[in-house]
Design a protein around this ligand. Structure first.
Ligand code: COA
Length: 258
């Protein structure tokens, strides 16, 4: 169905593999269009409870936007490219279902930005992160300057942005850019184990947590007010009644997402 992505839905978890290994899974126009489509599918398809984004092969998650497509773009076209990319990555960030990056190698430029737009990141030991755009006379355009600063703080972010240095998986762990570092062969299983745990929770409550946490970084929102609204909404869900009843009856809750 997709030309540049491989997808597999198992136990409610959609694994999305960006599949251009000969170009280190660089984000060309087709990949971006298909990422947009697959994220729409995550929103719409009730069989999908959570998603993983990873790269094909063992060398690279995504080595950036496809540099060959930058040639010949003018100022306005470049702004449009950046805006379009940002819209797709906002859609990932705002998704009410968890989307986790399983970073299996290089996550550079747009690849680092893609990983950062996910709700959190799990990395393999060989993962490398960086925003090398200044090497090309560029800056990140898919939200990298913003999300890197949010995730690792201004000093570290500016240093990475303006040196173009790469950091390894353990440094990324120490910076809080990734939540776990695991051997490559355990990467997908580790990520699936976390998502299986999340999928046993009340989906509307999970969505409320994501939305409220995202509100911290959205200037148009007051995060505390968002939390009040989301907290209130839980009280009109069946799952909240089920969760409380299960606790009182000392049994496991059976959530339905209603
Ligand atoms: N865009 C387009 N093609 C890319 C790419 C990108 N961002 N990153 C890698 N590729 C391609 C290479 O051109 C090469 O293609 P070819 O075999 O047709 O020549 C192929 O992927 C393999 O990459 P190569 O550079 O030979 O691998 P390497 O192991 O020597 O180096 C990297 C790996 C990641 C260090 C290097 O590919 C690199 O620096 N990539 C660009 C990273 C970047 O600047 N990203 C930000 C873009 S805004």
């Amino acid at each position: 169905m997709y030309q540049t992505l491989l997808t597999n839905l198992e136990n409610g978890i959609l694994t999305i593999i960006i599949n251009r290994p000969d170009k280190l899974n660089a984000l060309n126009k087709s990949v971006m269009e298909e990422l947009n489509e697959v994220v729409d599918e995550i929103y719409k398809n009730s069989l999908i409870k959570a998603a993983i984004i990873t790269g094909a092969g063992t060398k690279s998650f995504v080595a950036g936007a496809d540099i060959s497509e930058f040639l010949g773009l003018n100022h306005e076209e470049a702004m449009m490219l950046s805006e379009k990319g940002q819209i797709i990555f906002f859609k990932i960030e705002d998704c009410p279902k968890p989307i986790v990056a399983a970073v299996n190698g290089f996550a550079l430029g747009g690849g680092c930005e893609l990983a950062m737009s996910c709700h959190f990141r799990v990395a393999s030991e060989n993962a490398k992160f960086g925003q090398p755009e200044v090497n090309l006379g560029l800056i990140p355009g898919y939200g990298g300057t913003q999300r890197l600063t949010q995730l690792i703080g201004k000093g570290r972010a500016i240093e990475l942005l303006i040196t173009a240095n790469m950091i390894d998986a353990n440094t990324a762990l120490q910076y809080g850019l990734v939540n776990y570092v695991v051997p490559q062969e355990e990467l997908l299983n580790k990520t699936k184990t976390i998502l299986t745990l999340i999928n046993s929770k009340a989906p509307l409550a999970v969505a409320g947590c994501i939305q409220s946490a995202n509100a911290v970084f959205d200037e148009s929102m007051n995060g505390y007010e968002t939390e009040v609204k989301e907290f209130g909404k839980c009280f009109s869900t069946k799952d909240m009644k089920e969760g409380i009843a299960a606790f009182i009856e000392k049994r496991k809750a059976n959530f339905t997402g209603n």
